[in-house]
Design a protein around this ligand. Structure first.
Ligand code: ATP
Length: 362
């Protein structure tokens, strides 16, 4: 998937911009606070339905305005054109458009725009708790297994219902109904995740070896309840405790992706720089698996590449992106030295006080 056109109105510090990106690499330069991150944030919004920065969607609306729009035209790898639009107002109204029709779920938009993001904060994927690693894993499952989203929505609804019942000390017969729902849906979610991790494992080890040749990484799924046991048994076993604490303590909502080096958690072994390289390799591996599985490519957003990687690793990262054939949007304060790392000249843009200009191609 590649973006042919990206337009925004009143998004962050941009009054409007109208970008005609290259189908391969796009480099966005500009000083601090000019709007580089905001530009890739608009693309991320289409792929995830939300921002990767804190503060809800209202922060995305230009301070002097009451709504923003983001529109893109994308071309799939088989030549199909998809037109997508998101409009959000300060009154809480959301409008989503897909090929001229109104749609109601962000997932209907997101499904078309597979986006990978690498920013200075991406290292949190390894350092913070399991929820970011679940999100990482589920991005892949969502994009390759179409049944995943419905399962996840149904599971989350049942989980809410059961937790409400546990907190209100409701009827135990109702509890066994919700446990059965959770067991059925949770087991299916776990199967999809297990298959995904088995498939992506080789991609991850290959990619990690490229960036960290001395490191032997092991990847595995911690399912969220005792390994080798049935979820319905685990839910039953923990019912007393769940009643006491008023929430469900086992299930796929507690899963984690384990990243071990010689049996030890990667975050305890690697330096900060090496952790960044590990994150880069995880994201590239996910993109490589997506490419292989879908016969299509995802879009890479990279914020502040020079602050994240040294020059040798910037070169490696860019080479990997070029080999994958991903369309990329890469920001850097000084973009000229980064441009020289590409085999094929990237399209160059410059942002100044929320005004975007394409630089002439040579
Ligand atoms: N809703 C908004 N309306 C207007 N301006 C905003 C809004 N939200 C953020 N800004 C401003 O937009 C500017 C651009 O921010 P952005 O993070 O995109 O810059 P950047 O070029 O990535 O900077 P850096 O290199 O420092 O990361 C900042 O000055 C920020 O204060």
């Amino acid at each position: 998937m590649r973006l042919n056109a990206l337009k925004t109105n009143n998004f962050r510090n941009f009054k409007r911009f109208d970008l005609e990106p290259s189908p391969s690499a796009n480099l966005i330069g500009g000083v601090n606070g000019s709007g580089k991150t905001s530009l890739i944030e608009a693309i991320y919004l289409l792929g995830f339905g939300r921002s990767f920065r804190p503060g809800g969607y209202k922060q995305l609306i230009n301070h002097n305005e009451s709504e923003f729009t983001v529109f893109c035209e994308a071309l799939s790898d088989v030549g199909e054109v998809v037109k997508l639009g998101v409009r959000r107002t300060s009154d809480g109204e959301t409008q989503l458009r897909l090929n001229g029709d109104t749609v109601h779920r962000l997932s209907e938009i997101a499904r078309h725009i597979p986006v990978q993001l690498f920013t200075p904060e991406s290292v949190e994927l390894i350092l913070s708790g399991p929820s970011l690693r679940r999100q990482f894993m589920d991005w892949g499952v969502f994009h390759v297994e179409h049944s995943f989203y419905e399962l996840w929505v149904a599971y989350t609804k049942s989980l809410k219902q059961r937790n409400h019942l546990l907190r209100s000390k409701g009827d135990p017969r109702q509890d066994s109904f919700w446990r059965a729902q959770l067991a059925r849906l949770g087991q299916d979610i776990n199967e999809l995740r297990t298959r995904y991790i088995q498939e992506i494992e080789n991609f991850i080890t290959k990619s990690a070896t490229f960036f960290l040749p001395d490191v032997k990484l092991e990847v595995s799924l911690k399912q969220g309840w005792e390994q080798n046991s049935d979820l319905s048994e685990a839910l039953e076993k923990h019912t007393e405790r769940d009643r006491r604490y008023g929430h469900t303590s086992v299930g796929p909502h507690k899963a984690d992706l384990k990243l071990l080096i010689d049996g030890i958690d990667a975050k305890l072994v690697l330096s900060r720089g090496q952790l960044k390289l590990l994150v880069a390799s995880l994201k590239l591996a996910q993109a490589a698996h997506y490419n292989a599985k879908k016969d299509s490519s995802c879009i890479f957003l990279v914020d502040d590449i020079t602050s994240e990687l040294d020059e040798a690793n910037q070169k490696k990262f860019i080479t990997a992106l070029e080999q994958l054939g991903c369309q990329s949007f890469i920001t850097a304060i000084d973009s000229e030295p980064v441009a020289r790392l590409f085999k094929q000249n990237p399209r160059m843009f410059h942002v100044e006080h929320g005004i975007l200009k394409q630089q002439t191609e040579n």
